[in-house]
Design a protein around this ligand. Structure first.
Ligand SMILES: NC(=O)c1ccc[n+]([C@@H]2O[C@H](COP(=O)([O-])OP(=O)(O)OC[C@H]3O[C@@H](n4cnc5c(N)ncnc54)[C@H](OP(=O)(O)O)[C@@H]3O)[C@@H](O)[C@H]2O)c1
Length: 248
């Protein structure tokens, strides 16, 4: 009886709680996702990371991704937390490095390098440095903000060569990593997410009338509900904000 009681005390003391990390927390969707996670209270701690946080993550510097992962590992060890939810909400479509292309005539190496660095290589390096922190047992979820325009099967309009290609390549990284992650943890889920058209700085110049442009808090609620409902059978897919599986 006494020993049962002692083992229960030991179990309570060693029980871990969950940590959710949002990378790209300064963005329209990232900030809304972090705020919604904090409101939900499903995770003992929610950590938002970005270029201006401490530790900071800048996809131009792999060392910053490695250091941030190390810092998260230390937070987990100190507070007995496990990284159960990882959301990568970073992305680039337009800015100082250029604009999305209407034609092959507009293809520009500088823009292409930048769009691939932010939309593909950065998330890939997040896999490299953060996936080892995901628990080897029990449900854990990694969601990468992608886009329906990255779907090759769905491409009927053309244009946006670099953005489309960088997201198609991200989807392939997600699929490939999901297979490796399942070998490590059969309860793991790793997906690419399409948030719909959402009112943020990224979509602002392109949010034409006629498009269903939704506020970021609404999109964040939908995406978190989708992530919660996913099962390990869904891993590796591209899923939209309604939970519909989209073609690659
Ligand atoms: N909004 C839409 O309609 C829509 C539609 C489909 C898919 N998506 C996807 O959803 C995701 C989030 O988009 P959003 O609309 O929230 O865009 P956003 O408001 O422009 O946010 C972009 C995020 O990416 C970060 N970022 C940019 N360059 C970076 C770098 N070098 N290193 C690290 N982080 C960097 C930004 O950080 P800083 O604040 O430091 O610049 C910011 O946190 C993207 O993957 C986007 O492609 C959005």
């Amino acid at each position: 009886m006494n020993s049962d009681k002692n083992s229960m005390v030991a179990q309570t003391q060693t029980q871990t709680q969950s940590l959710a990390v949002v990378i790209g927390a300064s963005g329209g969707l990232g900030a809304a996702l972090q705020a919604q996670l904090e409101r939900d209270g499903h995770h003992a701690q929610v950590l938002g990371l970005g270029r201006r946080t401490d530790p900071g993550i800048d996809f131009s510097q792999e060392a910053s991704i490695a250091s941030a992962a190390q810092a998260v590992a230390e937070v987990c060890a100190a507070a007995n937390l496990e990284l159960r939810l990882l959301i990568v909400a970073t992305g680039f479509l337009h800015g100082a490095s250029g604009q999305p292309e209407r034609s092959w005539a507009n293809l520009d190496v500088g823009y292409l390098e930048h769009v691939f660095k932010i939309n593909t290589l950065g998330p890939g390096l997040v896999m490299k440095h953060f996936f080892p922190l995901l628990p080897k047992q029990g449900r854990c979820v990694a969601g990468f903000l992608s886009a329906k325009v990255g779907s090759i099967g769905d491409n009927a309009l053309g244009g946006w060569y670099g953005y489309r290609a960088s997201k198609a390549a991200l989807n392939q990284l997600v699929k490939t990593a999901s297979i490796e992650l399942t070998r490590r943890n059969r309860q793991s889920i790793c997906v690419a997410l399409h948030p719909g058209t959402v009112s943020t700085a990224l979509s602002e110049p392109f949010a034409k009338t006629g498009l269903n442009v939704r506020p970021a808090p609404e999109a964040a609620r939908d995406l978190l509900a989708v992530l919660e409902a996913l099962t390990p059978q869904d891993t590796g897919g591209l899923v939209d904000y309604l939970g519909q599986k989209l073609p690659f």
